[in-house]
Design a protein around this ligand. Structure first.
Ligand code: FE
Ligand code: FE
Ligand code: ZN
Length: 275
């Protein structure tokens, strides 16, 4: 049985998220470590985290896939803002130690005209610092749609970051909407895209997926998520993904435009597709 889940609100704490996940048939989930469009983090509650860890184990959850704030741009041009983003990353990884053994995924960042090489250097510097304490979390870079000056729209750019950091524990989270918008045709050639990923990055680095349909056509570099079957990817693509031998067993997180009942339906749909 695969690990399927969705983004959940973290405002009521970790144990509340596990309960919500169970109520919608999820056995993994994602949550923002702090306000997704700001930087404010919640007060830490070790007792709540311990209860959540016990519940995750009791119910055989797969790894969770926490998500860094969208506003955290590790390669922004302003040195002060860049240092602040690096500090947020460090604090997020420290906080993840309360829920050990899970994933922390983030958007690599936008180089805002400084160029990919400069941006990759800044991202790698921040990652090396944040990874130094050795917190029990696996950090994942998300594949991006390549909107504006976003880094991570090409597998080669993720590989540049992985090589610059030089830490073999770093992984990648593949977002289906992003890669399709980014020009990787997972609709007509899923095997070819995975072969390309393996050639450039290595499939052993692929740790989790974001399952989203796309409101835009192939290669649009737009990044607008749609519900499963309501976009240019279509249900057959997701059927192939959940059953692909190189992908099954990895946590698959919905970031579709849904409230909880919609997520519950999509999780049931994904489970019904599993062979
Ligand atoms: Fe994301
Ligand atoms: Fe995503
Ligand atoms: Zn997106």
């Amino acid at each position: 049985m695969g690990y399927f889940g969705c983004h959940l609100s973290a405002t009521k704490g970790n144990t509340a998220m596990v309960k919500t996940a169970l109520s919608i048939g999820a056995n993994t989930f994602a949550f923002f470590t702090r306000n997704p469009r700001g930087s404010k983090a919640k007060k830490e509650d070790p007792a709540d985290a311990a209860r959540a860890v016990a519940a995750l184990q009791a119910h055989h959850f797969g790894p969770l896939v926490a998500h860094g704030a969208y506003t955290m741009n590790l390669c922004t041009a302003d040195p002060e803002a860049r240092a602040f983003a690096a500090e947020i990353l460090r604090d997020d990884l420290r906080r993840m130690a309360a829920l050990p053994g899970n994933f922390y995924n983030f958007h690599p960042g936008s180089h805002v005209g400084q160029g990919v090489e400069t941006g990759v250097g800044y991202i790698a510097d921040a990652l090396r610092q944040a990874l130094a304490p050795g917190y029990p979390v696996t950090v994942l870079l998300e594949t991006m749609a390549g909107k504006g000056s976003e880094i991570g729209g090409k597998f080669e750019e993720l590989k540049l970051i992985l090589d610059a950091v030089g830490d073999s524990s770093l992984g990648v989270c593949l977002d289906t909407c992003h890669v399709y918008d980014g020009g990787y045709d997972i609709v007509n050639n899923l095997d070819g895209v995975l072969t390309e990923f393996d050639r450039v990055v290595g499939l052993d680095r692929l740790k989790a997926l974001h399952l989203n349909d796309s409101k835009n056509p192939f290669g649009s570099h737009k990044d607008r998520h749609a519900c499963l079957g309501d976009g240019s990817l279509g249900l057959d693509t997701f059927r192939r993904i959940v059953n692909h031998p190189r992908l099954r067993g990895k946590p698959m997180i919905l970031e579709t435009p849904n409230e909880l009942p919609g997520y519950q339906r999509e999780i049931a749909l994904l489970r019904s597709m599993e062979k």
